[in-house]
Design a protein around this ligand. Structure first.
Ligand SMILES: Nc1ncnc2c1ncn2[C@@H]1O[C@H](COP(=O)(O)OP(=O)(O)OP(=O)(O)O)[C@@H](O)[C@H]1O
Length: 282
């Protein structure tokens, strides 16, 4: 880590998370997390359900605020921003959250135009040009006049992608962008995320459970487990990790350091003890 990434425009990392602790109420979700999101790369955040991946994205965008100074975007302390500062920061980020829902009463064109109309004063001609450029980037320029009900789930995801890049964000965050897609649409969306990252020169952060597709497009993979980083590195590094937690995750094993059963009473207490109380033998 160099001091460079703390300066706006510094070129090491776009996002720097330093000794972050965050919880909801008394419950600590992220524990002492230190992480760098390298500029221009695709970083995947993976790990078991409920591990805090979405929470981490929300901390980067300032939707969740950390108690201490611990999250920096381009050298700017996210937690120290007032509403105006946060608004300015978020203007630099594109977000595609789970299922990337479109506005159902607006056409494909209007969905992509929405952030431009909300956040800029572009003339109608310029809005049109930008929308068509973004739709072209996701292969859907021809679908501009369709309504969300007239397009497939995979196409809807691509429209949501076009909307997420409408304002030319420096950082694009994708929360489970492949959820609910068939294998072909999933592969298309994954390739598109990679292509857009490289063509637009942005930085991408991707939360996903789809190991193969994600490993195929990510430069850097972070495995979150039990609120901490269990491992991080290239997809190859993660695949070769000997850490039991990471191995369980990569192999999709049913049980391991991450338990299948939610902690609770033992089987004996729940069944045998209960049975004995009712006078059931064996
Ligand atoms: N607003 C909230 N208030 C209270 N608890 C929350 C809130 N949001 C999330 N949590 C809890 O925090 C934990 C982490 O949630 P989070 O959504 O960040 O996990 P995740 O790793 O993204 O999970 P998944 O892979 O299932 O989407 C979960 O136990 C969840 O129940």
């Amino acid at each position: 880590m160099t001091i460079d990434s703390l300066q706006p425009g510094g070129n090491a990392s776009l996002v720097r998370i330093q000794r972050l602790n965050f919880g909801y109420g008394e419950r600590l979700i992220l524990k002492d997390v230190t992480l760098e999101i390298p500029r221009g790369k695709v970083t995947a955040i993976m790990g078991a359900s409920g591990g805090g991946k979405t929470t981490l994205l929300r901390l980067i965008s300032g939707q969740n605020m950390p108690a201490q100074t611990s999250v920096y975007f381009d050298g700017v302390d996210v937690g120290a921003q007032n509403t105006k500062g946060l608004y300015a920061l978020r203007r630099r980020m594109g977000m595609l959250f789970q299922f990337g829902a479109l506005f159902t009463d607006m056409s494909v064109f209007e969905n992509v135009a929405f952030p431009l109309r909300e956040h800029t004063n572009l003339t109608e001609d310029l809005v049109r040009d930008v929308v068509l450029m973004k739709l072209n980037a996701v292969g859907l320029r021809g679908a501009r006049d369709l309504m969300p009900s007239e397009i497939s789930g995979g196409m809807a995801r691509r429209v949501a992608l076009a909307r997420a890049i409408a304002l030319d964000p420096e950082l694009i965050m994708y929360d489970e962008p492949f959820a609910g897609l068939d294998p072909i649409a999933l592969g298309t969306t994954a390739r598109l995320i990679r292509q857009l990252n490289d063509a637009l020169g942005t930085t991408s952060v991707l939360v996903s459970h789809d190991l193969d597709e994600t490993f195929a497009i990510a430069d850097h993979v972070v495995i979150l487990a039990n609120g901490s980083i269990a491992e991080q590195g290239t997809p190859e590094h993660i695949r070769q990790s000997q850490d039991p937690l990471v191995r369980q995750f990569v192999q999709g094993a049913f049980d391991g350091p991450v338990k299948f059963h939610y902690p609770g009473q033992s089987l004996v207490d729940d069944f045998l003890g209960h049975g004995q109380q009712r006078g059931v033998s064996s």
